[in-house]
Design a protein around this ligand. Sequence first.
Ligand code: AMP
Length: 221
Amino acid sequence: MALNLAMLGPPGAGKGTQAERYARDRRIPKISTGDILREAVQAGTPIGLQVKAVMDRGELVSDDVIIGIVKECLDRADTAAGFILDGFPRTVPQAQALDGLMNGRSPLIVIDIEVPETELVRRLSSRLVCSRCASNATTPEESASLKCARCGGSLVQRTDDNETVVRERLAVYTTRTKPLLDYYRLRPTFRSVNGAQSPEGVAAELAGAVDAAADAVGARR
Ligand code: AMP
């Protein structure tokens, strides 16, 4: 059975970093709605033009637009062996739509990465990302060099990582996304991991949590 994963957690919890790592190790595609939207903004597509101001304010793009994007991604043949969703779902209606899209597929494993808010603000306001490949800088040396260790591109601050927008994104997380935990909590495929540790520590805990959740429903691991 395919390994289908959704990564939940507040902005700055490390969802993207962990999803990228897990996808690489397991050779399954990572579907990051934030990356897809940022590419659309950069390319100036109709969706990009529509969502730019909303993203710059730290608010959520409409459920219809996001659900359409994810549906298109899940329709691709490369998701047959599994996938990791990073940054989706973020609202209860998105989670309900995802349940519909999961019809006929292996059960969805949902992992919540927990990090205290003070740590999130610290991480987000110092985060640097590559302007070419969108990876996060992972070491102080890399950040100091302002050069991406993977592709050599320039490291920059995300436009929505300034303190005012960070506070708005965290508030939006609390009101719109946190209720998702109650939506998923009672499922045998839901697990929480401690995101306030080294990336390696989170990766190890996450791998164990996914295996346990997969075992609980007889999915591939
Ligand atoms: P992220 O990179 O996941 O932090 O996403 C950056 C921004 O993209 C968010 O602040 C939202 O404006 C938008 N976005 C990404 N994923 C979603 C989603 N599932 N629902 C609504 N908006 C989203």
